[in-house]
Design a protein around this ligand. Structure first.
Ligand code: ADP
Ligand code: MG
Length: 263
């Protein structure tokens, strides 16, 4: 049995996941003592070195730090794309480090939305099909898919480009479709690895506006890595990584002054 700080308890036995008890709280991610070492046999690189991380529902958190500080590695670990060498990662009380490869695929599909730096849309599918694909995997009924797609494209402001293939969309538009795809499965949270790195300032600002709105209006939890100061200033919590360790973790007090990425 693997308990998470007394707040939640889950058990994974014989391939089945069963929550035995879950006290109401707002924790979505609870990572304890996680480490990831590359090249342990030769020249070890401690990409993540004994990190503790606690994230609550509704956060809009930036993961910052210089290139090579471990941002991508940490996102991949909490997103279940990679396994830590040490430590446990509880998502809604379930220790994902204990899941089998198949359980993890299923868990990711239903619980985690991903947005990547390079958009990663499927080129032969239209914008709409890219979003619908996830819902087909989840076996969501046609009418529910239709409703969700209509709502998502409205939220990203791309109703008029719904039938375009990625090649006919700008980078900013492609990334907005990627956000819609990440939300299609109604995940517990969305992880975005440098989502604005390939965007111009205006598109980056527009993307942050959409994420911010989804966070405020739908309570969607976002954690995004970036080293763009204009993106960092939009976050409500900033976690800084240096050499695979958390060097600071700061809550940002919101002011009434509107933020604008464009100077
Ligand atoms: P960031 O996203 O902050 O730029 P990364 O998580 O990509 O940082 O990398 C953290 C450290 O781990 C770096 O030193 C990087 O070179 C190393 N690293 C990342 N992926 C691998 C890998 N697959 N094999 C070996 N070293 C890696
Ligand atoms: Mg990275």
């Amino acid at each position: 049995m693997h308990f998470s700080g007394g707040e939640s308890a889950a058990v994974t036995t014989g391939g089945s996941i069963k929550k035995i008890k879950y006290f109401m709280n707002n924790t979505v991610i609870d990572a304890h003592n996680i480490s990831k070492v590359y090249n342990p046999e030769t020249i070890p690189v401690y990409a993540i070195n004994n990190v503790h991380l606690h994230l609550e529902k509704g956060e809009f958190t930036a993961l910052v730090g210089p290139s090579g500080s471990g941002k991508t590695t940490l996102l991949n670990l909490i997103g279940g794309l990679d396994k830590p060498d040490n430590g446990n990662i509880f998502i809604n009380g379930i220790d994902i480090t204990r899941l089998s490869a198949n359980e993890l695929i299923n868990f990711r599909l239903h619980n985690i939305g991903f947005v990547f730096q390079s958009f990663n849309l499927i080129p032969v599918l239209t914008a709409r099909e890219n979003v619908e694909f996830i819902m087909l995997l989840q076996r969501i009924k046609k009418r529910n898919r239709e409703n969700r797609i209509t709502q998502l494209f409205k939220q990203i402001g791309l109703e008029d480009r719904i039938n375009s293939r990625p090649a006919y969309l700008s980078g900013g538009q492609q990334q907005r479709v990627a956000v819609a795809r990440a939300l299609a499965s109604k995940p517990q949270f969305v992880l975005a690895d440098e989502p604005t790195a390939n965007l111009d300032s205006k598109s980056a600002s527009n993307l942050l506006d959409i994420m911010d709105k989804l966070n405020k209006e739908e309570g969607m939890t976002f954690i995004f890595s970036t080293h763009d100061p204009r993106v960092i200033e939009r976050a409500r919590r900033v976690i800084t990584l240096v050499d695979g360790r958390i060097s600071s973790d700061t809550a940002v007090v919101e002011t009434s002054i509107p933020h604008h990425i464009n100077p």
